[in-house]
Design a protein around this ligand. Sequence first.
Ligand code: MN
Length: 206
Amino acid sequence: MSESKPKFYSLPPLPYSYNALEPYISEQQLTIHHQKHHQAYVTAANQILEKLDKARKENADIDMRATLKALSFNIGGHLLHSLYWGNMAPPSKGGGKPGGLIGDWIGKEFGSFERFKKEMSETAMSVEGSGWAALTLCRQTDRLIPMQIEKHNTNVYPMFRILLVIDVFEHAYYIDYKNNRGEYLEKFWNIINWDEVDKRLQNALK
Ligand code: MN
């Protein structure tokens, strides 16, 4: 085990200020989402790891099924939110049509940016209950493939690299859009950080 890395998770700071995504995501919405919801996953993941550490030290029995289910939910929540903050940017910088490698690859895979936008919006819109929409890269085929993630953890393809995520838990938009997921998704296109998505694609291909 690496000695240089922390043994527990911590809440990463946002790469912009809490009001930076206005008018599409309000300061109040972003603050609660980051400080309350994301923090809760970090705290819970760490508590479960501590519980595992303690049970090992005492050689005590532990319900592996329940423990790992909760661990996966909370680590998934932490990692997905970390990706989510990074693939958003203030409207002055984000949104629009992507250039770079990601722009080319979207054009090649989906035929056009408009077609990609339609597929991703429908992917996000039709997630049942709480979950995520993601754009992923399959390294076996080097194809861009949309993915739905139920809650924080099911439907994930092993080894796929996640390039872009859209949080469709109601906690991501209820303050600004009530229960109107469609309106949130429409606005979301204005704050996608395509430079970051492009960087993730380039890193995934290395
Ligand atoms: Mn969330």
